[in-house]
Write a protein that binds this ligand. Structure first.
Ligand code: FE2
Length: 357
């Protein structure tokens, strides 16, 4: 009797799995042409057989070729020295990005601003974010002027590979609270298999031993060595490797860098009022710190379907809509927390520098 029940429940599971696959397969196929990157959540992306045939490598190559093509069309408007530094290293660090005489006033205004804040814990780091939204722009008009500067917008577009408006936040990072967990941002990784933009405008100096942004120079380039490495990593069983790599943000060690002929990671110790703009296809991390840190920065982010063969056409980048997106995103995820999760916990009205609870 027990045996019959066991067979019955196994059959039931097999039928359920088959029905799920049947229903999901159009979605999994559709995702091949999007930024979907998790080898765990999409069995086509994670298929060792398809990847042996070159599926992952092909996606990386097509996304890379389209990004090169779009960047060539966006290059003309970018300051030459910034573009050359970025093309060489995969990031550019711009000191005194705000005129030195204006920086202290703008910094004070940002640090003193109180707005709706969200917080998330990752390992021993807590990140607080305030959206740079219409209310913040009304209170700090200089911030709107800064983020609307033609030279910075051209650079953001070039690095993102799209003429779209990044999401902008005021972000506070606090490390070494009571937790002993490791911070996953501290291990060297690429964010995805394709280019995207992240930038940090540091409002305080960042010493080399206080969790500096760290980047492997030149690791944004999709040369043969990187493509071969991408191919090799796509052959692993996604359930047998670390979870973040399997979900599409590959972690790398010394031996991986050596295999790709890449140099050692470079920690960026910078003065306050330095803007760092990077392509997070390159390998990067938040460096370690010898002491607890609390850092405030303007953090910006652009990511889009890497297979789109055009530059703009994003209605949500229009002024009036662009600065409202973060609030909408937060509320959307609150609404669908059960399905998609919501790691960003609302903590009410806060300033970037207010103490954590
Ligand atoms: Fe990252």
């Amino acid at each position: 009797m027990a045996k019959r029940l066991e067979i019955g429940s196994s059959l039931h599971m097999i039928v359920l799995k088959s029905v799920k696959s049947l229903l999901m397969s159009p979605i999994w196929i559709f995702q091949l042409g999007t930024s979907a990157k998790s080898f765990l959540d999409n069995p086509l992306l994670g298929s060792q057989r398809l990847n042996r045939l070159g599926l992952h490598r092909l996606r990386v190559r097509i996304a890379g070729a389209l990004c090169d093509w779009r960047r060539r069309r966006l290059a003309r408007k970018v300051r030459k020295d910034w573009r050359e530094a970025f093309d060489r290293d995969g990031y550019v660090a711009i000191e005194n990005v705000i005129p030195a005489e204006q920086f202290p006033k703008l910094r004070e205004a940002i640090l003193g601003y109180e707005g709706e804040a969200r917080e998330m814990r990752q390992g021993d780091a807590i990140t607080r974010r305030l959206a740079i939204d219409p209310a913040m722009f009304r209170s700090i008009p200089e911030l709107r002027r800064l983020l609307g500067r033609a030279d910075l917008k051209a650079l953001f577009h070039y690095v993102a590979g799209f003429r779209i408006e990044p999401l902008h936040y005021v972000q506070t990072i606090v490390t070494h609270d009571a937790s002993n967990e490791a911070d996953p941002q501290e291990s060297l990784h690429a964010d995805a298999f394709h280019s995207s933009l992240k930038s940090w405008l540091f409002l305080n100096p960042v010493p080399a031993d206080e969790a500096p942004f760290t980047f492997v120079p030149g690791s944004h380039r999709l040369n043969k060595a990187r493509l071969d490495w991408e191919y090799r990593r796509s052959l692993s069983d996604p359930r047998a490797i670390d979870r973040l790599s399997a979900r599409g943000s590959p972690r790398v060690g010394e031996s991986d860098l050596a295999e790709m002929g890449l140099p050692q990671p470079r920690p960026l110790a910078v003065a306050g009022n330095t803007l760092v703009v990077a392509d997070t296809l390159g390998f990067h991390a938040r460096g370690g710190s010898v002491r607890p840190i609390e850092r405030v920065e303007i953090w910006s982010y652009s990511r889009r379907n890497p297979f789109l063969p055009w530059l703009g056409g994003d209605p949500l980048s229009l002024p009036g809509l662009a600065e409202r997106r973060i609030g909408w995103l937060w509320r959307l995820r609150d609404r669908f927390e059960n399905v998609a999760g919501q790691p960003w916990r609302s903590v009410g009205q806060r300033r970037a520098v207010d103490a954590l609870d």
